[in-house]
Structure formats: C-alpha cells, structure tokens
Design a protein around this ligand. Structure first.
Ligand code: MTE
Length: 328
C-alpha cells in the first residue's frame, strides 16, 4: 500500500535516498543506533544498544503460552520463515520481498520500552512493557490475517485480549475510542526519514470493537516472543479487519472521545477508512478484494466477509451500513 501520490509536504520519489546509499547507511545505523538513541534521538531515548534478538527478551520465560482452542483455522499455519520475511512495516522500508524489513527491524532495541496510557483514564501513566505483559495472562490463538493488498496468512499469535488491557487501563465512561500509536525514531527506523508520511503510525478502534473477544494484543508468535518485524514488543491483531488496522510496536494507547484518524486515512482517506472490515464485494478503488493469495501455500482463495469472523463481529455493526463506510 505504498502510496505514490504526493502532497505538497511529501518528497517526490526521485528526491528520496537512493537504495544503495540507504543500504550502506543501514549498516552504519546498525552500529550507531544505540549511540543515537542514547543521545536522545527519538525512542527509546535511554536505550542501551541492545539487539532486537527475541531470544534475549526479558519475558521469554512466559512462552510458549497455552493455546486457546476456541480460535481455530480453516487453512494451514503459514511457516514462520514465510510470514517473518513478508512484512509490512513501513517505518523500516517497503522492500519486504528482499528480506529488508525483517533485517532492518532486527536492529531496533527491544528494551527499554514503555507504553503511555493516557486520555480518558482514571490515572494516566507510562508503564514498562514487561510490567504490562506480566500483569496479563498470555494465551496462544490461531488467527487469519488479511492484508488490504489481497494477500493473507495464518499465524499462531501469543498475547492477551484487548479487553483485559482495558480493565488494566481503567478508562472513564466518556471514552468512545482506543487510539494507538507506534514509536517515532528515525535513528532505528530509517524509512521514517525516507517516506514523508505523517508519522507516527496511528490507528484506532471503537471501545465496543476493543471489548470484542477477537480483539487481541500480540506479544509473541510461533510460541516465542515476537521478532521485531511482526511489531514487537506489542502489536494489535484484529483478524476481521484489513491488516493496516493492526498497528505495530505500540508506545501509546489513549482512550478518547473523538474518532482517531489513522496514518493511511490521513494520507489517502478515499482508499483507507476507519472501519476497514474485510468484504470480498467491496473492491479497493485500485484492485478487487474478491480473492486473496495465501503467502504460505501460494493458493488463491476466495475472500471471506469479515475474513470469516462474521459470527463473532457482525453484530458490532448492526444498522450502521446506512451511515458508515464499514468496508473501506
Ligand atoms: N504498523 C506500523 N507501525 N507500520 C506499518 O507499516 N503495516 C500494517 C500493519 N501494521 C504497518 C503496521 C499492514 S499494512 C499490515 S498488512 C500488517 O501490519 C502486517 O503485519 P505483518 O508484517 O505481521 O504481516
């Protein structure tokens, strides 16, 4: 979903860093990211130069978590080597097919990492990610994932229900939406300089969507702490919506009264809306959504309404189709 239509504040592609320069720069960054972070450039400001290796994750002892058998699949789990090397994470670049996103993301320090919980909550606070994870009960769920670009995968996520986090955050009654934000730190995520998008990556859901059983915060995958390219240490998984709603590497969760505007909605609202529920019958303005390519098996499959999760989520949208664009 790289959007090449430029607004006045966007750089033309020709002005972007040439790929070769960018690549040699990333090796420099690998060595220098810790120093830059320590010098106070973006997040995590006080980070020591810790590698992104998930084997060093301080919550590693919590894996593998028990699988919740209520969440099953109609297709094979996508092998880790495939899903872990085909990632949309634009902060780290757009060349996922040449393994670059995974490779560059691995250089991001995993700790220290804090999450700011603010907005309409009893007590706004900033909490260490390990404190959050250890306050939750981790479980594994098998979920389908459908990208708006018409590819799909099936993954064993580990994490905890958004609903459990809502209980932990204690929102006030005026909270109508949950707004989530990714880090901004071009020192470790070089494409935040290269693509002139309105960073940070932001996404939002309604409180009702967050309280749905399927809404899940992910901390791990394939029975281990998630490698960075999946959105470590905390990402969202909303399997009935197009994948861009599932914001990665979250540093801020705000409970708000106004509907949040996501990054893609800001950049191209005609193509990427707030609801973004999967529907084979509503094409993207530039391509059909009738079928999808399973990146694991290579098969083409018919797209399912709500990505096959209609029974669990259709009720959330009852009567809203006259006033809202639920599928874009
Ligand atoms: N979150 C951030 N911060 N940046 C991104 O570029 N891409 C989104 C979503 N979350 C994205 C993000 C898109 S388009 C998809 S399809 C999924 O992450 C991809 O998740 P995956 O790499 O685990 O497949």
């Amino acid at each position: 979903m790289l959007i090449r239509r430029h607004r006045p504040w966007e750089l033309p592609e020709s002005a972007a860093t040439p790929e070769a320069v960018y690549l040699s720069r990333r090796h420099l960054l690998g060595a220098g990211a810790g120093l830059l972070a320590a010098a106070g450039v973006g997040l995590p400001a006080t980070a020591a130069p810790t590698p992104g290796n998930p084997d060093l994750d301080p919550t590693k002892d919590l894996y593998p978590a028990k699988r919740n058998e209520a969440f099953t699949l109609d297709r094979p789990v996508t092998p880790a080597e495939i899903s872990g090397n085909y990632n949309n994470f634009y902060e780290f670049g757009s060349d996922r097919r040449n393994y670059q996103v995974a490779d560059i993301a691995e250089r991001m320090p995993r700790r220290p990492w804090t999450v700011k919980i603010d907005g309409l909550v009893e007590t706004p606070r900033e909490v260490g990610i390990d404190d959050i994870i250890r306050a939750m009960s981790l479980e594994e769920r098998l979920y389908r994932h459908r990208c708006v670009e018409a590819w799909s995968m099936a993954v064993p996520w580990t994490g905890f229900p958004v609903r459990a986090f809502v209980d932990y955050a204690k929102p006030l009654s005026g909270a109508k939406y949950i707004r989530m934000e990714t880090f901004v730190n071009p020192a470790v995520a070089p494409a935040q300089n290269r693509f002139i998008y309105p960073w940070p990556y932001v996404e939002g859901i309604t409180m009702a969507e967050g309280m749905n059983d399927l809404a899940f915060f992910v901390t791990g995958v394939y029975g281990k702490p998630a490698p960075n390219q999946y959105g470590a240490p905390l990402r969202l998984a909303l399997p009935w919506k197009y994948g861009f709603k599932s914001v990665k590497s979250i540093v801020r969760i705000s409970f708000v009264a106004e509907r949040p505007v996501g990054l893609w909605e800001q950049v191209q609202g005609r193509e990427y809306g707030f609801w973004a529920n999967v529907n084979p019958e509503v094409p993207h303005p530039r391509w059909s959504q009738a079928s999808e390519r399973d990146i694991g098996t290579g098969e083409r499959r018919p797209t399912l309404l709500y990505n096959g999760y209609g029974e669990q989520v259709a009720g959330l949208y009852a009567g809203m189709d006259k006033t809202e664009k639920l599928f874009m």
